[in-house]
Design a protein around this ligand. Structure first.
Ligand code: UDX
Length: 451
């Protein structure tokens, strides 16, 4: 077998999984590995495939398979997508790997399959072909530890075995050295019973077939979560492990880079950056309240408003927006590291959380679903680098007054700022030569070469 492993990289087809796996592919290329990157045909038709112009991407072979659904089917129904992929894709994946390998010399054949979550069955396909498997968890190690602990939580009477919902709502500590967790915030609770079943099954498959469980985290960020299994391997912060200084883009979505020039014209630490990731959808009255809050705050803002994410972009009539810049999608990592950014109003998706930490940026947390509540607990209670917005008890909305008040409190809090800068330094140290994540990356690459 070659000294340069060939990876088949297969993310579950949503952006929050595709981007971390693409970033990790670039890391693997730096180590001399070859990458075949598998996406669904549906996604292939809808995203920008990073081209030969994008540094590093030329070394990635993109391939596609159907996900088993019709083009008009609703892909936001995740249990439906997960089930369709699992029911229809294994034989197609098996054939694809055979076809690729048949055309290659022995030393260049696919030697490892790397997946994100929801598609553990792909490791079983690899196993049947004698190919190693590993997986890259696209969220926090703590959420991975929650899935890993499903059976324990059932045995301890904390969750119901059928629905995954808490038997009773309580605060508990899932892991040592971690923030307290509300049982209602276990990551599957907001996603429905079907999702829980799929994830419980998927985790079992991973336990059977996965080698390493790579986590985009560090030993300092989530010390307790990493103790749960010796299979967990922290290799973060992933987005900092790739050298993208010459990279036009390694994202699947078209980025509006004009915001970088706009940021260049703003005062240091003056801009409120607002983004809710790739999935969260804001109700239209909440969207209006946020727009009016941004008008009220005495600071410029950069706001990512994804097309279709706000009920057809219904800005309120009285919204001026004159202090800000609104984009459909931005190069977030670069934004995070721009000196003009003062704070990050975030849904607390894990990738955004780590990117904000690496930018040394204080957070105003506005979690929407799944693991985002636990990520918020790390930000506010464990690392103490952010504050949380509170909803009005009657309307259920976060009012414009609350948003303004919390932004002002956050940007005026020197202790939070100092802790954010320190956390950035500690986190990035994991990637310097001899740092713990660097060593773990070496360990992983050596494992893939070991036959
Ligand atoms: C999903 C889940 O929602 C989240 O809870 C889980 O932790 C990971 O998977 P998503 O909602 O997309 O992810 O959020 P997040 O994890 O923050 O990922 C968003 C990614 O999009 C980040 O890497 C961010 O840099 C990128 N992004 C966001 C851009 O590149 N440009 C933007 O304008 C906004």
């Amino acid at each position: 077998m070659s000294n340069n492993p060939h990876f088949l990289v297969m993310p579950y087809p949503i952006l929050g999984h595709m981007n971390p796996l693409l970033q990790f592919s670039h890391v693997l290329i730096k180590y001399g590995c070859r990458i075949t990157f598998l996406i669904s045909e549906y996604i292939q038709k809808r995203v920008k495939i990073p081209s030969d112009d994008d540094a590093g991407s030329s070394k990635i072979d993109f391939v596609a398979l159907p996900d088993g659904l019709d083009p008009e089917d609703d892909r936001s129904d995740q249990p439906k997508v997960i089930l369709s992929m699992r029911n229809t894709m294994p034989p197609k994946l098996h054939k694809l790997i055979e076809d690729i390998n048949n055309g290659l010399d022995f030393e260049n054949k696919i030697s490892c399959i790397l997946v994100s979550k929801n598609i553990g069955w792909a490791l079983e396909v690899g196993n049947n072909l004698g190919i190693k498997g590993a997986f890259l968890w696209p969220a926090s190690a703590t959420s991975l530890a929650s899935y890993y602990s499903i059976q324990t939580l059932i045995d301890q009477g904390i969750i119901d075995s059928q629905t995954g919902l808490p038997i009773r709502r309580q605060e508990f500590q899932l892991l040592p050295n971690s923030p307290m967790m509300d049982t209602a915030n276990l990551p599957w609770c907001s996603l429905g019973k079907n999702f829980f079943h799929h994830m419980a099954e998927d985790t079992q498959t991973m336990k059977s077939f996965g080698g390493w469980w790579l986590c985009n985290t560090t030993c300092d960020l989530e010390p307790g979560a990493l103790e749960i299994s010796s299979q967990f391997l922290p290799i973060g912060p992933l987005m900092e492990a790739t050298d993208d200084s010459n990279n036009k883009s390694s994202s699947f979505w078209q980025e509006d880079t004009t915001c970088l020039e706009w940021l260049d014209q703003q005062q240091p630490q003056s801009v409120v950056y607002v983004s809710f990731g790739s999935l969260a959808v804001m109700e239209s009255n909440q969207f209006k309240e946020l727009a009016l809050a941004l008008d009220l705050i005495d600071k410029p803002f950069l706001w990512v408003v994804r097309t279709g994410s706000n009920g057809n972009n219904a800005y309120p009539d009285e919204f001026e927006g004159s202090k800000g810049k609104i984009v459909g999608w931005c190069p977030q990592k670069k934004v995070m590291n721009h000196p003009a950014i003062a704070c990050f109003v975030s849904h607390c998706g894990w990738n955004s959380t780590v990117e904000g930490v690496c930018g040394g940026v204080p957070f105003l947390c506005w979690p929407h679903f799944s693991d985002q509540f636990v990520n918020k607990a790390y930000i506010c209670d464990f690392w103490k680098v952010g504050l949380e917005v509170e909803r009005d008890h009657e309307s259920g909305l976060v009012s414009r007054g609350e948003i303004k008040k919390k932004v002002e409190e956050l940007v005026g809090n020197e202790e939070i700022k100092a802790r954010s800068v320190k956390l950035k330094e500690v986190t990035l140290n994991n990637l310097v030569e001899g740092g713990r994540s660097s060593k773990n990356l070496d360990k992983f690459i050596n494992w893939t070469k070991d036959y």
